[in-house]
Structures are given as C-alpha cells and as structure tokens.
Design a protein around this ligand. Structure first.
Ligand code: G3P
Ligand code: CA
Length: 253
C-alpha cells in the first residue's frame, strides 16, 4: 500500500473514492465523502472551485447545471447563490439525497479533522497563488495538512500549490510526457497521475515513475479487469467510483 516517502511501498494500490463514493451518493457531496471514508478507502477525491466572493466549494464542473438544480458559472456566482442549490436531486431520482447542498472546503476539512481520513484534493482549472491561499488558510486552521495530497491537470496551478502550500504534497494529473519527471521535479511533486487508458497504453510507465522516485495514481478505474491489470503493474493508487467494490476485490482471497 501507498506509504508516504516510499514510491514502491506495496503490492496493493491505495483505494481512492472518486468524487467520494460517487456510485452510491451524489458526487462531491458530504454523503459521498463520508460513504467513501466508511468503506475503508485510504483516500477520497474531490474537485474544488471558488465562487465570485472567494468561497472554496466542492464541485467538478465550472458550471452548476449538471450536478445541481441551478444554472451558471461557479466563479461568477456568489456563495449565497450557490448555497441555495440542490446538489442531490439529480442523483438516483433524488432518493434520499434531495436538498443535499454543495459543500464548502471548510465543511470537508472540518469533517476530516475528526477522522483519520485522507483526501486527494483536485484544483480544477487555473488557480493563482492568491486563490491557493484561500485553501491554505482553511487547511491550516483545521490542521489537516498531513491528511491531504493536492493535484491538478494545470501545471501553473501545481506551481501555485508548490509556492503557497509547500507543506501539502502535490501530484500532477495528465497524460504521460517525455518530460514528466522534469515537470514534477520543478514543482517538487511526488507523483504523476494519468488515466487508466494512458497507463495501459504506455508499457513501462509505472516502472519509469518508480525509478524517478514518483508515485502514480490512476483514474477512473471501475472494472475488475482493469484493477487487476493495474495491480499487476504496481500502481500506487487506484481512483474509482466504486471504492467499496475495490475493497472487496482486494479482499477476495
Ligand atoms: O482524480 C483524477 C480524476 O478525478 C480526474 O478527472 O474529470 O474526474 O476530475 P475528473
Ligand atoms: Ca477529479
């Protein structure tokens, strides 16, 4: 299993609940997050954005249409507007989740502070150093630095994370590149996280990362066939919508 400081530390990958346990509860909501933690998965993953008045919230898309009953761009809405939206009714015909809201980052870290849960925190799109400071202040206030790994597809955002929040480890999301190791080293990132298809199409990727002292977590992996292929390759983390199923698959023997 993944252990900090040892990129080749285990035969079984860490389980990461993608947007929480998003197969059983609406993605990026508190029920999905707590459900992922209760499965025993090592991490839950969430996506964050900020509102027009600088409140950091857990939501995947830049707009609210897909996962709430509202319309508009998150970065152009106030938190007061966003907080009135229903982020649960779209899921499973709303059974049990009607009225569930978009959580703030503060809601999430306040929950974490009372648990030993770990979070893979994805910064969506571009975050300037000033915007990263918004998250650092919340993380510091609750003292959960050791329970978080940050990640982003955006290399400038990873640079902002390196600059403003060096105490929280960071990973780069993206397709394998010739210069992945250099880009990670420049930002003192601990890993590079491609999609499952990109890893399966690149024989030697996992060994290459481990030789460079880097972890590789892989998204979004929902079939046992792919869990098996990635486990054989020795990946460090598997990001899945089904953390409970992966937990059971790992325990099958
Ligand atoms: O954790 C990585 C994965 O979540 C990236 O893709 O679109 O689901 O945020 P996306
Ligand atoms: Ca994500």
């Amino acid at each position: 299993r993944y252990e900090a400081g040892d990129p080749d530390s285990g035969e079984i990958a860490a389980i990461v609940g993608h947007r929480g346990n998003s197969a059983v509860a609406p993605e990026n909501t508190m029920p999905a997050i707590s459900s992922s933690v209760l499965t025993g998965a090592e991490y839950f993953e969430i996506d964050i954005e900020y509102t027009a008045d600088d409140k950091v919230v857990a939501i995947h898309d830049g707009t609210v249409e897909r996962t709430t009953d509202g319309t508009g761009s998150v970065r152009e809405m106030t938190y007061d507007q966003l907080s009135q939206l229903d982020a649960g009714s779209w899921f499973a015909h709303g059974h049990g989740f009607t009225g569930v809201g978009v959580p703030t980052l503060e809601d999430v870290v306040a929950y974490m502070a009372d648990t030993s849960a770990h979070m893979l925190l994805e910064y969506k799109s571009h975050w300037s150093p000033e915007k990263v400071q918004l998250t650092r202040d919340i993380i510091e206030e609750y003292g959960v630095e050791d329970q978080i790994v940050a990640q982003s597809f955006n290399l400038d955002t990873v640079s902002s994370l390196h600059q403003e929040m060096p105490e929280v480890p960071r990973m780069i999301l993206g397709a394998p590149r010739d210069d992945s190791e250099e880009l990670a080293a420049e930002r003192e990132a601990i890993g590079w996280n491609p999609s499952v298809g990109q890893v399966l199409d690149n024989p030697g990727w996992v060994d290459r990362m481990h030789e460079a002292g880097l972890y590789t977590f892989v998204y979004t992996v929902n079939s046992a066939n792919q869990w098996e292929q990635l486990t054989d390759l020795g990946v460090d983390g598997i990001i899945t919508d089904y953390p409970d199923h992966l937990q059971g698959w790992n325990a099958r023997f």
